[in-house]
Design a binder for this molecule. Structure first.
Ligand code: HAM
Length: 416
């Protein structure tokens, strides 16, 4: 038997219905914030993600699905959405004449070779939001508020937004030196990867999964202590705006995020201090890194599968429809022809209708009615049909009525 790959799963049944409900809410909030839909290819050149996300990140070192196609091109399945969206932004020269920001959202599958566990998969979905062209903290606040309100609309009222600032290039370079100074004497207490990271990219030591519980990491210098005046002011301004917007945030001085492209604002959404339900931040250098001009940008991605798990764990009810409106029962060939007409008519009029497709006996059709949890049963009978009539029965009250065939749609409209 061929089985699905580790870290992947099939989406069907109730899960599919729940996802459709969550999609609807997220699409509607994206619209309110005036973000337009975008979809980028599942695979892109490896260079895009390696350069965009950062060669020394765990994601690129250990998690990307890299492969060569039959034309010997080096390709990568997208591990995240931002780099692809930036490629699109540059390729279409959307940076020319930017009088308003370019705002897009996506709902895409991502691929990371991670150790699968609850809420962590190798194929997973992100709903992401990217805003290009504004360096105003107002746009950081907008993206954070979009994230916050999306979780609240889904019923996750207790989420906390953890925020931090990595500062601008100058602040980061001072901070980098401090980290090297701090870690160097203890280099042998760190894992092999971290030893490599020390000179190449010391910030990455802070999100090492192997050394995560090492006190050395916990007590490391904090970014906020190394911000220059301008970066400090930005962070203060952001906090003021978030206060104005009544957003429940916490400062987390240890938050650095696992991707290289961030500067200034970084944030994550958590529930009960467990894993991140989403994360994002400002990435003013990425458009330039990937070959475009210097364009400021900020964004966020929701871990969609984790969010649905959290909704379930919190006992929040996701309304899913588990019934149909009408089931049409028949026996003879001529009743079958009428059934085909009625079921078509009902569906075109907006009702969820079913009839027998398995040449079942009438008794077995009654069992289908219960399995489908049908609100009404329509029993066809040649004698009645001759007078253009049919019998409709309310499956709950068991009351039945003989009505004119032409009145069926009106009848259901009135009763449902
Ligand atoms: P990220 O933090 O790598 O950021 O991913 C965002 C969210 O995706 C995570 O907080 C988590 O909820 C979910 N996620 C990540 N890996 C997995 C996995 N293996 N299984 C299930 N869920 C997962 C980014 O990807 C950035 N591109 C976000 C961003 C957009 N920054 C700016 N714009």
């Amino acid at each position: 038997m061929i089985i699905k790959q580790k870290g992947t799963y099939d989406i069907y049944g109730d899960l599919a219905k729940k996802r459709a409900y969550v999609d609807e809410i997220l699409a509607s909030i994206s619209e309110k914030y005036n973000y337009g839909y975008i979809e980028t290819p599942v695979f892109e050149s490896s260079e895009l993600f390696h350069r965009g996300v950062g060669e020394s990140t765990d994601m690129v070192q250990k998690e990307t699905y890299d492969f060569k196609d039959r034309g010997d091109r080096e390709l990568t399945l997208r591990p995240e959405g931002t780099a692809g969206v930036v490629r699109w932004f540059i390729e279409n020269k959307l940076y020319g004449n930017m009088t308003d920001p370019v705002k897009v959202f996506y709902n895409m599958k991502m691929y990371r070779y991670e150790r699968p566990q609850s809420g962590r998969n190798r194929e997973f979905t992100q709903w992401g939001f990217e805003c290009f062209g504004s360096d105003d903290v107002m746009s950081d606040a907008e993206v954070i508020s979009l994230a916050y309100n999306a979780y609240r609309l889904l019923g996750l009222d207790d989420v906390t937004i953890k925020i931090n600032s990595l500062g601008d290039a100058e602040s980061r370079s001072i901070y980098r030196e401090e980290l090297i100074k701090y870690f160097k004497p203890h280099i042998n207490d760190l894992c092999e990867d971290c030893r490599e990271r020390l000179n190449k990219n010391p910030l990455r030591i802070l999100d090492c999964k192997v050394d995560a519980d090492n006190d050395l990491l916990k007590n490391a210098p904090k970014t906020l202590d190394y911000l220059n005046e301008e970066s400090k002011k930005r962070f203060e301004d952001l906090k003021n705006l978030l206060d104005m917007m009544d957003i429940n945030y916490e400062i987390d001085e240890r938050l650095v995020r696992g991707l290289d492209y961030y500067n200034h604002t970084v944030f994550e959404v958590v529930l009960n201090n467990s894993y991140a339900l989403g994360g994002g931040g400002r990435y003013n250098g990425l458009v330039e890194t990937l070959g475009g001009p210097s364009v400021p940008a900020v964004g966020f991605a929701m871990g969609y599968d984790r969010t649905i798990l959290a909704i379930e764990e919190q006992g929040i009810n996701i309304p899913i429809n588990d019934s149909i409106d009408a089931y049409i029962l028949y026996v003879s060939e001529s009743e079958k022809e009428t059934a085909s007409y009625i079921v078509q008519d009902l569906r075109l009029n907006g009702f969820i209708a079913e009839t027998d497709l398995m040449e079942k006996s009438l008794k077995a059709q009654f069992k289908s009615v219960d399995r489908f949890n049908s609100k009404y049963l329509i029993v066809l009978n040649d004698e009645e049909l001759k007078q253009n009539k049919l019998t409709i029965k309310d499956n709950k009250t068991k009351e039945e009525e003989s009505i004119n065939l032409n009145d069926l749609v009106d009848y259901l409209d009135m009763h449902l």
